[in-house]
Design a protein around this ligand. Structure first.
Ligand code: ATP
Ligand code: MG
Length: 213
């Protein structure tokens, strides 16, 4: 594929990426929230955007189906980052990954007495590493969404999930008991494309870098 293909997910990443692309002189010609198209042209004949699930962005870029992409640190840690160059933290789609539990559950006490905890999460790799580093024994249960439900339904004692305002936790009577890490989205670049298409990609990366400063 000649030209540049950029992998983006709909929603907050797309919205927060638009000004950065604009700074690089790239303007998508359609809004993915309104159009059902998965390939969206831009004002530049040689640049297109592909709309993929947030967690699929690193995969598209890893295999070179997209040259560039924007993905959350959460997604990149789960993917592993193989084949990806990650030049820039864009400081967008900011949130934090944390452990949350029902308001009535004494998480700290459970950890102190060495209890084995059932944890539901979409972020198995990050959760495994976090609890291993703390020496907490856990059974991890993989979920694909609505993690907040798991403790309420008796599936798990606690969850590992992303939190920004905390209103979803609050609405479900859960409290944040531990912050694991701060999360923001990063630019990812296919390593081979960076070499083969340097003249095309470098100005775009530099303009995005300028826009975040
Ligand atoms: P889907 O909603 O399709 O299941 P997803 O939840 O991974 O997938 P988004 O909700 O669009 O996709 O989130 C995309 C990225 O935005 C996440 O990978 C994360 O980095 C970031 N993010 C997720 N939740 C929040 C939040 N509440 N506030 C800010 N950023 C968030
Ligand atoms: Mg979501």
């Amino acid at each position: 594929m000649s030209g540049i293909t950029i992998a983006l997910s709909k929603g907050r990443i797309f919205e927060e990426t638009l000004p950065l692309l604009a700074a690089a002189g790239i303007v998508p010609v359609e809004d993915p929230e309104k159009s059902r198209k998965l390939i969206i042209g831009t004002n530049r004949d040689d640049v297109r955007v592909v709309i993929v699930r947030a967690s699929d962005v690193p995969t598209y870029v890893q295999y070179g189906a997209a040259d560039l992409g924007i993905a959350g640190k959460d997604v990149l840690l789960e993917h592993g980052g193989v084949g990806l160059y990650q030049p820039l933290d864009l400081n967008i789609a900011k949130c934090r990954m944390c452990v949350a539990a029902p308001a009535g559950f004494d998480y700290a006490a459970a950890v102190r007495r060495g209890a084995r905890l059932r944890i539901a999460t979409k972020y198995i790799a990050v959760a495994r590493e976090h609890f291993a580093a703390k020496g907490v024994h856990v059974d991890l249960i993989k979920l694909y969404g609505s993690m907040e439900l798991a403790p309420l339904a008796g599936l798990a004692e606690a969850i590992v999930d992303l939190v920004s305002s905390g209103s979803t936790l609050k609405a479900n009577n859960l409290v944040e008991v531990e912050e694991i890490m701060k999360i923001s989205s990063r630019l990812v670049v296919n390593q081979a494309a960076l070499k083969m298409k340097r003249e095309l990609l470098q100005p775009v990366i530099a303009a995005i870098e300028g826009a975040i400063r």
